[in-house]
Design a protein around this ligand. Structure first.
Ligand SMILES: [Zn+2]
Length: 80
């Protein structure tokens, strides 16, 4: 592998992180934030984006980890 190929591979990997981050948070209408997290921080940003999501204990839909009330079923999460 030449040096430019390594740089290209890393660049593609970073862009992929941005795309995956955007996809992860698009359910919360925060695709831009996910894209920024993945694009700027790479794999670390994806971990942060992943931790921002949680499952509702009642309807199992994805909600934001900080949300106290589920936006899908309207129930209050007893864990917070
Ligand atoms: Zn729910």
């Amino acid at each position: 592998m030449t040096n430019s190929l390594v740089a290209e591979t890393i660049a593609i990997f970073w862009v992929m992180c941005g795309v995956v981050g955007a996809a992860m948070l698009s359910r919360h209408n925060k695709a831009g934030a996910g894209c920024l997290l993945g694009g700027l921080l790479g794999p670390l940003g994806l971990i942060i984006a992943y931790r921002m999501s949680d499952k509702c204990p009642y309807c199992a839909e994805l909600i934001l980890a900080k949300a106290r009330v589920c936006k899908h079923c309207g129930r209050e999460d007893p864990r917070r």
